[in-house]
Design a binder for this molecule. Structure first.
Ligand code: MF3
Ligand code: CO
Length: 254
């Protein structure tokens, strides 16, 4: 079922989304050669705590055999697409680091992600990040009342592939707000004019995951980290969006 959020629910969702965005802005300032992903995770967790909120990722269960997600945020470096677990990995010059933050406060959720360069990166990696971010905004532009979900999907895919990159097929964006993951699924590929209709009051997370090489991915030995099959880098940008007065409003801003 796709939830249409009430005004009251939207106030709570806005608050969680604001903390989500602030956490990412804070993290961005700390991304430097030499910092560990665990240190970034701690900064994020402390910030959430100081805002009377908690990580929606920590303790998240995807079912199956893997452990519950053990960290406050997801940090995925280079060929790691999403759901990388922070640890003692030290960030190196030339890497791309993707940070995915999901926050819960008062029982409501926000979800957003950015990819950031560590030091100086290659022109190709810069293009990968730019194309991924732009594809997110092109997807967001399609979140208009009366459009369909795959209008978003198509816009993302079309732009990414025109630029020679590929969209990950195995993971999708999603409804968000009352739960971290709600219906509808929002794939980053699809056919215009298909899928559920967008309506005012829907809150959705649009999140293109874009690979420099092939779109195929696999799960790492930790049971969580999603990696590119070909070992080439990947980028990830995500915002939580509200369809409001017929138009998209980005909630994960500060
Ligand atoms: N924010 C991530 C997403 O929407 C999910 C985080 S849950 C985790 O895909 F357990 F994977 F961290
Ligand atoms: Co998400």
């Amino acid at each position: 079922m796709i939830y249409i959020k009430t005004k009251k629910e939207l106030d709570y969702i806005r608050e969680s989304c604001k903390i989500t965005a602030e956490t990412l802005q804070l993290l961005k300032r700390y991304v430097k050669v030499g910092i560990t992903t665990q240190e970034l995770d701690q900064i994020a967790e402390d910030y959430m705590k100081s805002n009377n909120s908690v990580s929606a990722s920590k303790g998240y269960s995807q079912g199956g055999s893997s452990i519950d997600y053990p960290a406050a945020i997801c940090i995925s470096v280079d060929n790691e697409v999403v759901h990388g677990i922070p640890g003692n990995r030290v960030l190196k010059n030339g890497e791309i680091v993707s940070m995915d933050v999901s926050v819960q406060k008062n029982g409501y959720f926000g979800d957003s992600a950015i990819s950031v360069a560590v030091g100086e990166i290659s022109a190709e990696k810069q293009k990968l990040m730019d194309v991924t971010e732009k594809s997110l905004y092109l997807g967001i532009e399609q979140a208009i009342e009366g459009n369909r979900i795959h209008d978003i999907s198509y816009a993302v895919q079309n732009y990414v592939e025109a630029n020679g990159f590929s969209v990950v097929r195995d993971l999708c964006g999603h409804g968000v707000g009352k739960y971290l993951h709600e219906e509808p699924a929002i794939p980053n590929f699809g056919k215009k004019g298909t899928g559920p209709k967008l309506k005012n009051g829907m809150t959705i997370a649009i999140e293109p995951m874009v690979n420099m090489g092939k779109y195929n991915v696999k799960t790492g030995y930790d049971g969580w980290t999603i990696l590119t099959i070909d070992g080439l880098p990947s980028a990830h940008f995500e915002h939580t969006i509200l369809v409001s007065n017929g138009k998209p409003e980005i909630l994960t801003v500060c």
